[in-house]
Design a binder for this molecule. Structure first.
Ligand code: NDP
Length: 240
């Protein structure tokens, strides 16, 4: 469900739509105008929730400023919450019971698993505490079985450089371009770049690649890293 004309949101939805079609998931795009009322948006989501032929619902966030996102998301039943953003899904994540985990946090975990980066007993610093990325990721990585020791940093964190230096894995999700430099990274650490900033020179991440790449054990590219995983994990959740 796409409301309004935000260009990045349109691109993200187009990419999710195309990936779904390519793997045999029927994806239907519901487009609503920028000025759609709260009632109209809620009704659209409610209709999808009640439709037994629909297995997953994604409401592209952010919604236009006049809309209350929480009230819209509240119409999505947990089984169809493939974006993992509703109160029920987040509650299940915290309680450690089965449910859909947010696509970006899940994508970060899948990357670590795929490249055999150990997490058990390792210190992970997650920079950024949003409900979309940082907070659920910190809970996910600290789960039994994944077993990382997680520090959740944010804009009020003191001495971020030293904190990150003590990490085996740094995940940055602030959207501040090139703010994570070699001063933050211990030699041999793994660095995962979630931030997306649009500059005159194209999309860049939170990580200053030039200084970090020579010392990191592994570093995700931006673009071409976590964004692709977000889409892939949306498919994983939908299939599940
Ligand atoms: P938010 O703006 O909601 O959160 C940003 C977080 O960064 C906040 O917790 C904020 O702290 C923290 N922060 C801001 N400044 C600093 C600082 N100087 N030092 C430490 N922490 C700081 O953004 P989102 O979480 O929604 O998204 C973050 C980035 O990730 C964006 O660039 C977004 O585009 C990108 N993104 C990428 C995805 C992908 O698939 N790769 C998917 C989703 C988002 P505080 O809470 O104190 O304000």
């Amino acid at each position: 469900v796409l409301v309004g004309n935000d260009a990045p949101s349109r691109r993200y939805v187009a990419s999710k739509h195309a990936t779904a079609q390519s793997i045999g998931i029927k994806s239907v795009q519901i487009e609503l105008p920028e000025k759609a009322t709260q009632a109209v948006v809620e009704e659209a989501v409610h209709t999808l929730a009640a439709d037994s032929s629909v297995h997953g619902i994604l409401v592209q966030i952010p919604l236009p400023a006049h809309l209350n996102e929480d009230l819209v998301l509240a119409h999505i039943p947990a089984e169809k919450d493939v974006d993992g953003l509703t109160e029920l899904s987040l509650g299940r994540l915290v309680r450690g019971v089965a449910g859909h985990v947010g696509c970006t946090p899940l994508g970060v975990l899948r990357l670590l698993q795929h490249y055999n980066i150990p997490t058990q007993g390792k210190h992970v610093v997650v920079v950024g505490r949003s409900l979309l990325v940082g907070s659920p990721l910190s809970v996910l990585l600290a789960r039994k079985g994944i077993d990382a020791t997680v520090t959740l940093a944010h804009s009020r964190t003191q001495n971020l450089e030293a904190l990150c230096q003590s990490a085996d894995i740094v995940v940055s999700a602030t959207g501040i371009a090139r703010s994570i430099t070699s001063a933050h990274i211990a030699p041999g650490a793994t660095v995962i770049d979630v931030g997306i900033s649009r500059t005159e020179n194209g999309v860049v991440g939170d990580v200053d690649v030039a200084s970090v790449a020579p010392i990191a054990y592994a570093l995700t590219p931006m673009p071409g890293g976590t964004g692709l995983m977000t889409v892939a994990c949306l498919m994983e959740n939908t299939v599940n």
